[in-house]
Design a protein around this ligand. Structure first.
Ligand SMILES: C[S@@+](CC[C@H](N)C(=O)[O-])C[C@H]1O[C@@H](n2cnc3c(N)ncnc32)[C@H](O)[C@@H]1O
Length: 269
């Protein structure tokens, strides 16, 4: 790993979640976005920067295409998983693949990129407008002429902004891990903060270990939700033009029931 910032305090994902992330069916089932980002790299070219790269789920797929890729993330523990995957690449692929510990609102990598991507919700960890603006300004500074940003967030379901039914723990999936743990994942909203466009969310892991020991692990975090025109305005405010927007990774338009809002943006207004 290169470019590791010293004295950073533990990040939200520096917890059990880093070790459960890759095996979770919720993450494993997410293959359409990887195919979408592969196509985007074919269209836009490299080098690519992924902000909030986590365990390298997307970055690895791009590195395996022979592309020059940098993954940046705040969480040391998520990056440790990415580093292990990087170590399994061949020498040429490894030389083109860099991992950096850093904050997507503050980074300065001394390099410009053809494509910058923010897949699977890192931007929704930026609760304040000033952090969102800081991130987009950093992105602009790191783009080459003709370069592009692709940002995906989920489209907000209005019921999830207020309906108390979502405060009840709801089962999502269960699975057996490679080392024999039986894991059940459920979720609940602990609190709604409509004025701040944020829910306090809990993802609850009920784990039964092979020796019979049981534990309940809770990943709790504040999740910012966005609206379509808010993101368009935010991008415009930060000097981006929206080149395309999609409601899912199959490139269908944003409709009432679209799960995603994917913005392809380029500098210039
Ligand atoms: C849901 S994971 C997504 C990981 C990866 N992009 C993927 O698609 O699997 C969100 C990631 O965003 C990272 N993150 C959150 N806030 C961040 C920040 N301010 N700067 C950099 N990374 C951040 C977290 O550490 C976490 O790894």
């Amino acid at each position: 790993m290169t470019g590791k910032e010293k004295n950073m305090s533990p990040a939200l994902y520096d917890s059990f979640i880093a070790d459960y992330y890759d095996e979770s069916p919720i993450v494993r089932q997410r293959t359409q976005d990887v195919a979408f980002y592969r196509d985007a790299v074919r269209e836009c070219g490299d080098p690519v920067l992924e902000l909030g790269c986590g365990t390298g789920r997307v970055t690895m797929a791009l590195a395996q295409m022979g592309k020059r890729v940098t993954g940046l993330d705040l969480s040391e523990r998520m990056l440790e998983h990415a580093a292990r995957k990087r170590a399994a690449l061949n020498k040429e692929e490894r030389e083109r693949f860099h991992l950096v510990q850093g904050d997507m609102t503050k980074f300065d990598l001394g390099e410009k990129f053809q494509l910058i991507i923010i897949p699977f919700r890192p931007f929704q960890h930026l609760l304040e407008v000033r952090d969102q603006v800081a991130c987009l300004e950093r992105v602009r500074k790191h783009l080459r002429p003709g370069g592009r940003l692709i940002l995906d967030v989920f489209q907000t379901d209005a019921e999830r902004m207020h309906d108390p039914i979502h405060m009840r723990e709801a089962p999502l999936v269960e699975y057996r891990s490679h080392d024999g743990k039986h894991v059940r994942i459920s979720e609940r909203v602990a609190a709604f903060h409509r004025a701040e466009q944020r829910n306090d969310v809990e993802m609850i892991y009920t784990v039964e270990h092979p020796n019979g020991r049981k534990e309940r692990l809770v990943f709790a975090w504040p999740l910012r939700y966005f609206f379509r025109y808010e993101v368009e305005h935010l991008l415009a405010r930060c000097g981006f033009r929206v080149a395309a927007e999609y409601g899912d990774f199959d490139r269908t338009p944003i409709r009432d029931n679209s799960p995603e809002m994917i913005f392809v943006a380029e500098p210039g207004w």
